[in-house]
Write a protein that binds this ligand. Structure first.
Ligand code: HEC
Length: 432
């Protein structure tokens, strides 16, 4: 389902419209209940096999409610028995197609699995499908298992960085990508490593993702400050990336929890340098709203192995227009040679809006590094492996990207602009 963004939004608007009237909602619930009774009678089974309270609610709480609650980014709230029942069909359909929860990478185990993956098992998919088929029975509230405690925050030394002022996304844009230069991330003296993060969106209705970039040189810091100064208001427009040479220090999308980097590693910040916080605002759910987001960085002054991002990029892109499928592949080294085995902790895949899927393989061992079969520009994630992947020294990797260029009339090349494309991944690695 490549058009996760546009098509479903229309569906959602239609759905939301349909339940605007409480009377209609009640009616649809009554119908649902009747259907449930009918289904139970037909199958001859006295009690439904799957119920909301016992089976569905815990699943929604774990995988969906981070976004699907009042005030969340998703246009429909699914946090009550009535609301969930009203949407039982769409819930079953959206999960079966893996459009929901948004998790573009393959976590099935065919190409590794990732920490804190928003990924339903086949058994969970079957639970939702059966529940919808049987008419979305509520069941007995007393049968609900205890809800797990909310995730704990970050431990250790935490540095809070926040936008200096409220920002109102530009009304003429459905998607406003804005970079804020936030000073004070790393003192001029001594070392600073980021070992974890917790993003606190100021206005969860409009914050679609947050990527914190650590500029990699004094020159990059200068460029970011210049970009900021050149545009009126706080921050600067930054569609694809931070627009300067920088490493990803944190990446977050709605529903994201406090994240600790794998034990013993950290991303180094330039002494005295700011971080660049890239905000993606989507204004469909709340036009005219403003935001001020903060990020807590868990930092260490040392005692960790510096992890670095190495890039694997296909810079020679030349995508012909008007084609449903254009596939490109590039094979090359990832980063500079070190002579040491490469331990890969995480991956940040990146294309622009024409991107549909991305895969990285290690040809020498004929093995998969990451597969992103449902790439979605608006759901960019930093994936951490359950177990780091160890490859022989100085590996040669192949990155394959697939695009849909039907909206374009001209050749599309590599670049930072809205109309340019990318085919790149940042691999978070250490030696050994
Ligand atoms: C990270 C946030 C997030 C999570 C987690 C999430 N959703 Fe969504 N959901 C959205 C957004 C945003 C939309 C609106 C359409 C879009 O942007 O893709 C949506 C749309 C939907 C729709 C409307 C139809 C469709 O296909 O788009 C359904 C149904 C749905 N979600 C069900 C679920 C279920 C069930 C879960 C959990 C198993 C879930 N969602 C988890 C954010 C989320």
């Amino acid at each position: 389902m490549p058009h996760v963004l546009t098509l479903p939004v229309l569906t959602v608007l239609a759905l939301v419209g349909a339940c605007a009237e409480p009377a209609e909602l009640m009616e649809s619930l009554t119908t649902t209940e009747a259907a449930s009774t009918a289904a139970a009678t037909e199958t001859g089974a006295g009690a439904p096999t799957v119920t909301y309270h016992r089976d569905v609610r815990p699943l929604l709480a774990r995988h969906c409610l981070g976004c699907h609650q009042e005030g969340g980014i998703a246009p429909i709230a699914l946090d009550s028995a009535a609301a969930a029942a009203a949407f039982a069909g769409p819930i079953a359909a959206a999960t079966a197609s893996r459009a929901m929860p948004p998790f573009p990478a393959d976590n099935s185990g065919a190409c590794h699995s990732f920490r804190d993956a928003r990924w339903l098992t086949d058994a969970e998919l079957a639970t939702l499908a059966t529940w919808a088929e049987e008419g979305a029975p509520a069941g007995d509230p007393g049968s609900a298992p205890a809800e797990p405690p909310p995730p704990t925050g970050l431990d250790g030394e935490v540095r809070t960085l926040a936008m200096a002022a409220d920002y109102t996304p530009r009304a003429e844009l459905e998607d406003d990508y804005r970079c804020f230069v936030i000073e004070g991330a790393a003192p001029a003296e001594g070392e600073t490593f980021v070992t974890g993060f917790d993003v606190r969106p100021g206005n969860p209705r409009i914050v679609h993702h947050v990527i914190v970039y650590a500029p990699r040189s004094a020159e990059a810091v200068k460029q970011a400050r210049a970009l900021d100064a050149a545009e009126p208001g706080d921050g600067y427009t930054c569609f694809g990336t931070s627009q300067v040479t920088a490493a990803v220090a944190a990446a977050w999308a709605p529903g994201g929890k406090p994240t600790r980097y794998p034990e013993g590693i950290g991303v180094r910040l330039q002494p005295g340098a700011p971080v660049i916080m890239q905000m993606h605002y989507n204004t469909l759910a709340g036009p005219g709203m403003s935001d001020r987001t903060a990020v807590d960085l868990r930092v260490a002054a040392g005692g960790v192995t510096p992890a670095r991002f190495v890039g694997l990029a296909d810079l020679g892109l030349a995508l012909p227009p008007g084609e449903a499928e254009v596939t490109t592949a590039h094979t090359g080294p990832a980063g500079k040679p070190t002579g040491a085995p490469m331990r890969i902790h995480g991956v940040f895949p990146h294309m622009h809006t024409l991107g549909r899927s991305l895969e990285i393989r290690h040809p020498a061992s004929d093995s998969c590094v990451i597969s992103v079969p449902r790439y979605e520009f608006h759901w960019q994630l930093l994936y951490f492996y359950e177990q780091p992947l160890v490859l022989p020294a100085d590996p040669t990797l192949t990155i394959t990207c697939r695009y849909d260029t039907r909206t374009r009339a001209e050749l599309t090349r590599w670049g930072e602009g809205t109309m340019d494309e990318m085919c790149v991944a940042g691999l978070l690695v250490t030696d050994g």
